[in-house]
Write a protein that binds this ligand. Structure first.
Ligand code: SF4
Length: 438
């Protein structure tokens, strides 16, 4: 079989990262192996994100730039996957005649036949949404995962319709994957030697909430935590409104459940939270954080924050800063609000000047930098258990994560990869820690 090279450019959330791994697996029988060098690719795929306008514009520019490459190397196939593909569909084929295949978020299973068609010169766009029963049979395995830690998809889609967010429109309705299949996959990963699983979903903790076919998420976490060979369990991303007491209790009951949680608030004031349709108040959010800290003292909370939502006043922005002061996030992903056509918030009048929004983002990020540094410096002198995941960028060092998820680099040989080791923390930097093996 010919060795064909596949180059995938993945942007956006972990769901996309996971989907890209599936695509790599699905194209192996067709003779494709993954390459990190675009110039040697016989198939270039963009796995895309449409959550913010900037990422979409950048993608379209990248696709436009491939016109010349296609002229010079007409045999190179070009494909678009993910949320932009879902949204634009055939428009991408029309606008960019050098694109060969476009497949949406429910059409991953069609990739092998679409690539075969493209190899025969047949261009296709597939963006139909499937119903839940069909989708449940379409979680193809990811093979060849030689890593120490990996994602396991447990649910897909989103029914929350936050007013600013395009995801429910491009990812479709929520479905929870079959409980037994998830456990089977996790056991298989443990048998391959993986030590950590990260349960993945757009709203991972709404697993099992729609219908009675699957148990609640807390039960799934408990079942995964007893799989022999798995030493660590994490999950991402959780919605604050679905953070049940049972799930919070898992942080007390399950030592294998790591002490870091991504719980995006998105804003600090109740009027904005309501306008965002987030389904919780500031008070409820803070109460949840307090319960989590009681369940697992020292738990590290990370989050997302949107600055400059339409109509956000200075006082409301200050509420976001004060929420940050109360929560003291470990890390925070923060963005200026980006209107997405088709969402409710895009219809709101937005007269806040761009400079004001950028200045607010700057203030927020400076505050977060202080908080992150305080967290990191507090590690200095402590002993952390680190799961070594691979080589660090610096020669002679390996890299892993401590319980909270913070990256720890330490001098050591590659034989440490895959091991849980005790590490004394020597330095705390902005985004990582430096330690030494004990
Ligand atoms: S919960 Fe809200 S922000 Fe998250 S994916 Fe769903 S709609 Fe988007």
């Amino acid at each position: 079989m010919n060795q064909k090279k596949l180059y995938i450019d993945t942007v956006g959330c972990q769901m996309n990262v996971n989907d890209s791994e599936r695509i790599v697996t699905m194209l192996q029988p067709l003779g494709y192996t993954q390459t990190q060098r675009r110039h040697e690719a016989s198939l270039i795929l963009f796995n895309t994100c449409t959550v913010r306008a900037g990422a979409e514009e950048c993608l379209l520019q990248n696709i436009a730039n491939l016109k010349n490459l296609k002229r010079k190397k007409p045999g190179t196939l070009i494909g678009v996957a993910g949320c932009v593909a879902q949204q634009m569909g055939t428009e991408l084929l029309q606008k960019y005649p050098w694109v060969d295949l476009v497949f949406g978020t429910h059409n991953l299973h069609l990739v092998p036949e679409m690539v075969k068609d493209a190899e025969q010169g047949r261009r296709r766009a597939e963006t139909d949404f499937l119903d839940s029963s069909e989708r449940l049979d379409l979680f193809p395995p990811i093979e060849g995962r030689k890593r120490v830690s990996t994602f396991v998809t447990v649910m897909q889609g989103c029914d929350n319709f936050c007013s600013y967010c395009i995801v429910p429109y491009v990812r479709g309705r929520e479905i929870s994957r079959r409980f037994d299949e998830i456990l089977h996959e996790v056991q298989g990963l443990a048998d391959q030697g993986l030590r950590e699983v990260v349960l993945l979903g757009q709203n991972v903790n709404s697993y099992g909430l729609k219908g009675e076919e699957q148990p609640p998420f807390a039960e799934l976490v408990r079942a995964v935590a007893v799989v022999a060979g798995i030493d660590r369990v994490r999950f991402v991303t959780s919605h604050p409104k679905d953070m049940s007491d049972d799930l919070i209790a898992c942080f007390t009951d399950l030592p294998k459940l790591c002490g870091g949680l991504h719980l995006p608030a998105q804003a600090g004031g109740n009027r904005i939270l309501k306008a965002m349709n987030r389904g919780y108040s500031r008070e409820h959010y803070l109460e949840t954080i307090a319960k989590l800290r009681q369940a697992r003292p020292g738990i590290k909370i990370t989050g997302d924050m949107i600055v400059g939502f339409p109509g956000e006043t200075e006082a409301e922005f200050e509420e976001t800063l004060s929420l940050m002061e109360e929560v003291r996030y470990f890390d925070l992903f923060s963005f200026v609000y980006s209107p997405r056509p088709g969402t409710k918030a895009a219809e709101l009048s937005d007269d806040l000047a761009k400079e004001v929004k950028l200045a607010r983002l700057d203030r927020l990020q400076k505050l977060q930098a202080v908080h992150s540094r305080i967290h990191n410096e507090a590690y200095v002198g402590s002993t952390q258990q680190v799961l070594v995941e691979g080589l660090a960028k610096r020669h002679g060092q390996v890299s892993g994560r401590c319980d909270s998820g913070r990256i720890v680099n330490l001098a050591g040989s590659p034989t440490l990869i895959g091991k849980l080791v005790d590490v004394k923390i020597l330095e705390g930097y902005a985004n990582s820690l430096l330690g030494e093996l004990l």
